[in-house]
Design a binder for this molecule. Structure first.
Ligand code: SF4
Length: 612
């Protein structure tokens, strides 16, 4: 399979749009450093997305990259010209940026194609023995397009696809439908890519099962023993090599108008891994994480090497104990580093305060719902009061919290919609969530249940059908025969769409409330403590802020509910207060949206005025 004039040791890895342009690809960085450490290979990484960002402007590039389907829609007609009208429609619907100019679809598609052509014209791929594409969100059409262009010119160089968009049967289906892909790596890349390189260069005569190909590899040569290849301990992996990204960035943006955000990986997989809608962990082998000491060294090394203090954890959920040690040690370093991380609900104020002081500035929290029975259907392992507590704790710790509220979830009852609408009133002071419409993710427990592959609780999903947006991008024959990561279903979909409209409207009102008050430096619901009394200031949409004063035991009880507290515990802590008086006080506080109660637990909602 290796072209005659190619060195068996030189590999090109490419990351395509629509990766966020101001961060290097961790997939490419990790593979390069691993392969170069393990063997005499030279791995050249290319971040084509930087070139496109330069061509169409970083502002427009970011808008498209953050618009989900818009980026895929731009590349779709380059592969399937007959889908141009449909793709243009999807592009217009998906592109965010209210009030910003809408670029012409045809002109933009032509610029995208021209940018790829120019990039290709400058690179001679002949010396390469293998060209690899790493595919994550919104990189499918761009990768398929460039792979085709490369094959047109260098037909004898094998192309390999890998990444989270190529896992399991999805990858097998891609291989069946696109002849430009010679090999496909299913799951974690390091060991498989090394095995493929060894096979192609004649150093090995077998391929592990996790590498798919339609090329004839004699069955007898398939190494069944490799099935049992244990996952790599993350602590033994080398640091990702981001040098090529920085080289490209300096060439394309010589004035360096941005300081890149460095991706770091603390763990792979998810220690919870139960959510019924989730398919984010298909490519990982078990949940594994690095020790905090190793993570600290890696962070400091990358910061110093690339002179950047901005980091983003790629983890689905940080490992709790190790993250505690990591942030504690980082505090001693006295550096102005900032981090983004995805976390599962943390409701301990001290822990969030620690993370915040060490530099955790923004978190994505899997809120997903504000109805406890709905959270149970999602198998989130949280309750509404836990979710509201994490929103409050992040505010109190000065951490910006982003999160989604999944709408149109199958099987949602009218009571759950009513409960969600009611609870939205209580979270008004906290940063608004985004409404994220449910889709049936391939490989999620709900999908597996609907496909008859596993037992899930009864959901009104009768049949898996193609997602409307995939219908816009792929020709009919592909839609019918290809397995897709994002799917739809027949069942109660239309009913849910109707049910959820009031929730979506209320989320928009919530977002508008926060947009309108951006000039204010104060939290919309905060308190000042006067030792014997407490003053709570509560902003309301389009009304004058309210002031509430709590004295004596009322003040003490309010402060005791900084985190969700059981009513029984409060009665023990305040023996002078009767059960009846306490419940009356809590009722009043809840009516005013100053406290939230769920069953026997209550939470004070106002944050101390010194907090973000
Ligand atoms: S949604 Fe998040 S917490 Fe739930 S299983 Fe997926 S990665 Fe884990």
């Amino acid at each position: 399979m290796v072209s005659d004039n190619a060195s068996p040791c030189r590999i090109a890895l490419i990351s395509m749009p629509w990766s966020i342009f101001n961060r290097p690809s961790i997939q490419l960085g990790a593979l390069k450093s691993y392969l170069e450490r393990e063997a005499e290979y030279q791995v050249d990484n290319y971040h084509l997305y930087l070139h496109l960002a330069k061509t169409i402007s970083t502002e427009l590039y970011s808008r498209i990259a953050l618009s989900g389907w818009a980026g895929e829609a731009l590349f779709a007609p380059l592969l399937f010209p007959e889908k141009k009208a449909d793709a243009a429609k999807l592009f217009r619907q998906s592109l965010t940026g209210k009030g910003k100019p809408r670029p012409d679809f045809d002109t933009l598609t032509a610029s995208v194609a021209e940018s790829c052509a120019q990039w290709l014209a400058d690179i001679n791929f002949s010396p390469y023995a293998l060209i690899g594409f790493s595919l994550c969100f919104s990189q499918l059409f761009a990768s398929l397009y460039l792979a085709k262009k490369i094959k047109d010119k260098w037909s004898d160089i094998p192309i390999v696809f890998g990444g989270s968009s190529c896992s399991g049967e999805i990858g097998a289906s891609l291989l069946q439908h696109f002849s430009t892909i010679d090999y496909l790596i299913d799951g974690e890349g390091e060991q498989q890519l090394l095995a493929l390189c060894r096979f192609l260069s004649g150093q090995a005569n077998s391929l592990p099962d996790k590498i798919r190909t339609l090329h004839p590899v004699p069955a007898a040569q398939t190494n069944k023993a490799d099935k049992a290849t244990p996952p790599l301990p993350l602590g033994r992996l080398p640091y990702p090599d981001y040098t090529p990204y920085f080289k490209e960035m300096r060439t394309l943006f010589p004035g360096q108008p941005f300081i890149p955000l460095l991706p770091i990986e603390f763990s792979r997989g998810c220690w919870w891994n139960k959510c019924t809608f989730c398919n984010l962990n298909l490519q990982w082998q078990n949940y594994r994480f690095k020790e905090s000491g190793r993570m600290l060294k890696e962070t400091l090394h990358l910061a110093e090497k690339h002179e950047s203090l901005h980091f983003t954890f790629t983890d689905n959920a940080l490992p709790r104990k190790e993250a505690d040690h990591f942030f504690t040690s980082l505090l001693q370093e006295d550096l102005d580093i900032d981090f983004f991380a995805e976390i599962r609900g943390i409701t301990e104020p001290d822990r969030l305060q620690l993370y915040s002081r060490a530099g955790l500035r923004t978190v994505q929290v899997g809120i997903e719902a504000l109805s406890t029975s709905l959270l149970a259907k999602m198998a989130k392992g949280t309750t509404t009061i836990d979710n509201i507590a994490v929103m409050k704790m992040c505010s109190a710790a000065g951490i910006r919290m982003e999160g989604n509220l999944i709408t149109d979830f199958p099987g949602t009852t009218e009571e759950e919609i009513t409960e969600t609408l009611r609870n939205l009133d209580f979270v008004l002071p906290f940063l608004p969530l985004q409404a994220a419409t449910f889709f049936l993710g391939y490989g999620s427990p709900l999908h597996a249940g609907a496909a008859g592959q596993s037992k899930t609780k009864d959901f009104p999903i009768q049949r898996i059908i193609p997602h409307a947006k995939n219908r816009r991008l792929f020709p009919q024959d592909h839609v019918q025969s290809m397995l897709m990561l994002i799917n739809s279903y027949q069942g109660d979909k239309k009913l849910q769409h109707r049910h959820w409209q009031p929730v979506k409207r209320k989320i928009r009102t919530w977002q508008d409330f926060h947009k309108q008050r951006t000039a204010s430096g104060q939290h919309p619901l905060h308190y000042r403590d006067g030792r014997s009394f407490l003053i709570i200031r509560q902003e309301q949409p389009e009304r004058t802020p309210l002031l509430h004063r709590l004295r004596g035991a009322s003040r003490k009880i309010y402060l005791a509910c900084e985190r969700p507290e059981k009513i029984d515990s409060l009665l023990k802590a305040f023996p002078q207060v009767t059960d009846q008086a306490l419940r009356k006080f809590i009722d009043e506080m809840c009516t005013k949206r100053l406290m939230f109660q769920e069953n026997d637990r209550v939470l004070a909602l106002a944050v101390h005025h010194t907090s973000g």
